[in-house]
Design a protein around this ligand. Structure first.
Ligand SMILES: Nc1nc(=O)c2c([nH]1)NC[C@@H]1CN(c3ccc(C(=O)N[C@@H](CCC(=O)O)C(=O)O)cc3)CN21
Ligand SMILES: O=c1ccn([C@H]2C[C@H](O)[C@@H](COP(=O)(O)O)O2)c(=O)[nH]1
Length: 318
């Protein structure tokens, strides 16, 4: 198996040396390039980064969550996955029902003020526990609204009813593999103004040739250090699952990014990662008894021979 990190490392280097220094919504500041593309041939191994540890368990539970059409963080918390906590927490602390310490701007403040961070961590812990313990509270504050699960599996139609884009695209791959319309979209211009986090993975398209299934993702905005390693592994897993259901081999994952940025407070981590030597990529094991995307559970998906460098910690910009 080959090393699959190179395309990613090359792009990190390019952004560091040629990128534009730009301000951003979170107030953190970034260095960014517009219009970047990485290609990963999945027959050469599974493209999860090896130059740092990428938590594949979190990627699996997040993707299964999307594929269930679920938009409530409760399922994620049951799988000890905390990557969406901040966005639900924001709903809670800005609601009239919240009576705890002031959490205004908790994202930035918790990075700058250790005293505040302790209070914030405590409130967040209580919040997550309550989502797990209190069904009604989870219904009210655990829901992230129209995020990927909703857009993929129940896109609301103008005249009522919904569209299951995943079921439809699988049906199209099976019956009309040469189609140039094998698209799933998450971008709904009507919802964008009211959304806490408008979709980052805006649209993906499938392509079938030589008995192989490929997928290209258009991601409008990519946090190169934290989000993108997840996105690469997640879409490669999605491609592998849909290839299984449609009886095709895996082809390429083509990752196209609009604003590809490195946050200023990730520069040191990026330098550290660029010094590391990649390992050969692992392989993906999918339970041979499962065929349908909807039937896969956590234990049906495993990485074999995932060798990797140590975790590199970095703060997430909210
Ligand atoms: N600024 C920003 N970057 C993102 O990547 C991002 C957002 N916001 N908002 C929505 C989601 C949430 N995502 C996240 C959030 C946190 C991590 C993160 O902290 N990852 C750590 C490990 C976390 C753990 O082990 O629990 C990492 O080292 O990859 C990754 C992706 C991706 N998305
Ligand atoms: O899957 C994801 C989700 C989010 N991101 C990053 C990209 C940006 O850094 C932020 C979103 O902020 P916007 O101002 O809405 O662009 O989250 C990611 O890389 N991958």
């Amino acid at each position: 198996m080959a090393n699959q990190d190179q395309a990613y490392l090359d792009l990190l280097k390019k952004i560091m040396t040629e990128g534009n220094d730009k301000n951003d919504r979170t107030g953190t500041g970034t260095r960014s390039l517009f219009g970047a593309q990485m290609r990963f041939d999945l027959s050469q191994g599974f493209p999860i980064l090896t130059t740092k540890r990428v938590p594949f368990g979190l990627i699996k539970s997040e993707l299964l969550w999307f594929l269930r059409g679920d938009t409530n963080i409760r399922f994620l918390l049951e799988h000890k996955n905390h990557i969406w906590d901040e966005w639900a927490f924001k709903n809670w602390v800005t609601s009239p029902e919240y009576q705890g310490p002031d959490m205004t701007d908790f994202g930035l403040r918790s990075q700058k003020d250790p005293g505040f961070k302790a209070v914030y961590d405590e409130e967040m812990k209580k919040f997550c526990q309550r989502i797990l313990d209190d069904e009604a509270f989870a219904q009210k504050y655990g829901n992230l609204g129209d995020v990927y699960g909703a857009q993929w599996r129940h896109w609301g139609k103008r005249d009522g009813g919904f569209i299951d884009q995943i079921a439809d695209v699988i049906e199209q791959i099976n019956t009309n593999p040469d189609s140039r319309r094998l698209i799933v979209t998450a971008w709904n211009p009507e919802d964008v103004p009211s959304s806490a986090l408008p979709p980052c993975h805006v649209l993906f398209q499938f392509y079938v040739a030589d008995g192989k299934l490929s997928l290209q993702l258009y991601q409008r905005s990519g946090d190169m250090f934290l989000g993108v390693p997840f996105n690469i592994a997640s879409y490669s897993l999605l491609l592998s699952l849909i290839a299984r259901e449609t009886g095709l081999e895996v082809g390429e994952f083509v990752h196209t990014i609009g604003d590809a940025h490195i946050y200023k407070n990730h520069f040191a981590q990026v330098e550290e990662q660029l010094k590391r030597t990649p390992f050969d990529a692992p392989t993906l094991w999918l339970n041979p008894e499962k065929k349908k995307v909807a039937d896969f559970e956590m234990a049906d998906i495993k990485l074999v021979n995932y060798q990797h460098g140590s975790t590199i910690k970095a703060p997430v910009a909210v």
